[in-house]
Write a protein that binds this ligand. Structure first.
Ligand code: AKG
Length: 267
């Protein structure tokens, strides 16, 4: 399962990648996950969908646009995410705590002290045809309670992602935007009826990914996604990272489980 890319030294992660991330709040690295590991994760996910292996979040639980109205109704048993991916199988651990992610994050976060949170994300998004919902414009920091709002999520495509099957859309540069509270609704989604928000949303780009491509994105980057209008399920793993110096606030959901420290690369 290892090849010459397995021990990527930090300085091999290009300056272009770092600068793009700093400027836009996200960067795509093509083909970062080796195909055999992608296949292993996919196999595990498919085996966990029918019969469903919990814990899972259901589309009906979040109630986003297009979601089934209740767990008892039509499509109500559609899972949106398989939770606790890290604990599910060694393939997820190999990926989420592996050298390819670590070498990129140590550059993007400018530290050797990289930790993975087990508390949120740490999941597989399972966007089903038919009953998947659209996710409105938000920043992931709404999920997190940390000393500083500096976390990075790593989104791995385990199949193709495009406009048709609900790929993520992002608004470049919004990770450094100082946004007034009034521009967000009760649930901290951007209010699309406001002219200033509409102007922002008009700058959105769709992040098209192929299997094994990885999107690194900042927790303050505004992003959204559509429904899956294709005939096939869309699968993506998502893990979130912080530096060892950035601690979760005690007593919050972000502090529920200990973070996993990613081992530094040995020369
Ligand atoms: O795939 C989606 O619908 C969006 C997921 C997302 O934005 C999130 O989990 O933060």
């Amino acid at each position: 399962m290892s090849d010459s890319r397995e021990n990527i030294p930090d300085d091999a992660v290009s300056d272009l990648v770092r600068r793009k991330f700093q400027r836009d709040g996200y960067v795509v690295v093509r083909g970062l996950c080796e195909p055999a590991l992608c296949n292993l994760m996919r196999e595990q996910i498919v085996a966990s969908l029918d019969p469903l292996v919990g814990p899972a979040e259901f589309e009906a639980d979040v109630g986003y646009p297009g979601a089934p109205t209740s767990r008892d109704g039509f499509g109500g048993n559609t899972p949106r995410r398989l939770l606790h991916a890290y604990a599910r199988h060694v393939s997820f651990r190999r990926w989420a705590a592996g050298p390819r992610i670590r070498s990129h994050l140590s550059v993007l976060m400018d530290t050797q002290d990289v930790c993975m949170s087990q508390c949120h994300h740490n999941c597989v998004m399972t966007k089903h045809p038919g009953h998947s919902s659209a996710t409105l414009w938000h920043q992931d920091i709404r999920y997190w309670s940390f000393d500083v709002p500096e976390l990075v999520s790593v989104w791995l495509a385990l199949g193709d992602e495009n406009r048709g099957n609900g790929a993520l859309k992002v608004i470049p540069g919004t990770h450094i935007l100082d946004i007034e509270r009034g521009r967000l609704d009760r649930d901290l989604f951007l209010r699309p009826e406001l002219e200033e928000n509409r102007l922002l949303i008009n700058q959105a780009v769709s992040v098209e990914l192929r299997v094994a491509d990885v999107l690194f994105f900042h927790c303050r980057l505004f992003h959204a996604a559509g429904k899956n209008r294709s005939d096939d399920i869309k699968l993506s793993s998502v893990f979130t990272y912080h530096t060892g110096a950035n601690h979760p606030i005690p007593g919050t959901r972000s502090a529920q489980y200990p973070s996993v420290h990613l081992e530094p690369l040995t020369p």
